[in-house]
Design a protein around this ligand. Sequence first.
Ligand code: ADP
Ligand code: MG
Length: 238
Amino acid sequence: MSTLTIRSLRKNFGAVEVLKGIDLEAQNGEFIALVGPSGCGKSTLLAMIAGLESVTSGEIRIDGRLVNSVAPKDRDIAMVFQSYALYPTMTVRENITFGMESRRVPKPQQDEAVKRVAAFLQIEPLLGRKPGQLSGGQRQRVAMGRALVRDPKLFLFDEPLSNLDAKLRVDMRTEIKKLHHRVGKTTVYVTHDQVEAMTLASRIAVMHQGEVQQFDEPATIYNRPANMFVAGFMGSPA
Ligand code: ADP
Ligand code: MG
């Protein structure tokens, strides 16, 4: 179980300042959402938390420990992307266990972990299939299984449902909510969908042009938006 603390975080790509001093936190087991229009810096922020992008300045702490320079694999984080990024030539089972061998997890323990996660996500019948033989929703479930099996400190999601059709998106939203309820992991969830954020998160950070405009509970964001941008983006009553 883990906390995430971000202080005065900045990111430059060359001369362009993409994140302009982000302050954010997630408490132990909390589900926070990052929302904002395309290009506002959500994916960059998530990639920095995961260690996939370097920090220009500021701090990222997990459980109080400064991780700015810690390698991605040593951060104990699992990330689920929009594109799923499953290995097409491997079976579902192999996709889920990928990486366990190199971490020298014994085979019986791997099997046990796969069984547990597959039962939880109801994907047992799919374990022998290849990603090409799965529907979008099934693939998304496998991607979550792969994240879950590692039992990470933090879950990061980058618009995981945006490739799915509307009906499935709503179903999967419920699944993710259930998953969080049962697993209780600290989660940072990126979406450009306000409703998705309102349904899932206990706090929402509304971003615009590299800054957090407001970080609050959904009802507060909706009923008392900090500025015109937040009101407009969240569709708050005028
Ligand atoms: P979002 O996920 O909110 O749509 P991104 O974090 O992907 O936004 O991008 C934020 C800004 O940073 C955009 O203007 C984008 O063009 C820019 N950007 C992202 N990655 C890079 C990169 N590797 N090099 C240069 N600019 C980048
Ligand atoms: Mg993005």
